[in-house]
Design a protein around this ligand. Structure first.
Ligand SMILES: [Zn+2]
Length: 197
């Protein structure tokens, strides 16, 4: 993996330069601004390089500064952004401005997520209110009292004729009431509301 190249500027185009190192010329894709900033042909030049390896190509992308190279790598790590687009973006925005844009986008997505959570929550609240409205008024104070006194376990399943809360055997009429589900049945011992399991 090539990280930097130091050598002699052999030739240049607006988007590609050739840097000769020990008899080998490395073709490096660069921004037009970088190409111009490198100086005269024959000058010693130094580039920060991203070594891009794909199945069908190996390309060196060269940058004047390390922060440009890092920004380029952040960009191509972003879904849907390839090296060509990353170069185009870098050509328009300097890294510092771009870093700000990326942070702003992070903030935007965090804010968006928060909005979603808030929406979910209000949906749940609506749902809860709807459910609460369906419960006869007389049960709610009882339920709330039980929630307090029974450590949050106001409701218990009936299991083999026993209360799932206190495990006491229930009297036959209570068992029938739970099984038929027609009226509110409570454990005669602990007072919990019972439901058929
Ligand atoms: Zn009980």
């Amino acid at each position: 993996m090539i990280g930097t190249v130091r050598g002699v500027l052999a030739w240049r185009d607006s988007d590609e330069v050739c840097v000769e190192v020990g008899g080998l010329g490395y073709r490096v894709t660069v921004l037009p601004t970088t190409s111009v900033a490198l100086g005269e042909l024959g000058d010693e030049v130094y580039l920060h390089v991203h070594h891009h390896i794909r199945e069908d190509a190996e390309v060196l992308y060269g940058f004047s500064t390390r922060s440009e190279r890092v920004t380029f790598e952040v960009l191509i790590g972003t879904h849907g952004v390839g090296p060509a687009l990353a170069m185009a973006i870098l050509g328009v925005h300097p890294p510092a401005a771009l870093a700000r844009v990326l942070v702003d986008e992070d903030l935007a997505s965090i804010r968006q997520r928060a909005e979603h959570i808030k929406a979910d929550q209000s949906e749940l609240n609506t749902e809860r209110e709807k459910l609460a409205a369906a419960i006869p008024d007389s049960i709610i104070p009882l339920y709330q009292r039980l929630m307090k006194t029974k450590a949050g376990l106001a409701i218990a399943p009936m299991h083999e004729g026993k209360c799932g809360g206190c495990h006491m055997k229930l009297i036959a009429s209570t068992v029938v009431a739970v099984q038929t589900g027609k009226e509110l049945a409570r454990c005669e011992d602990c007072g919990r509301i019972l439901y058929a399991e």
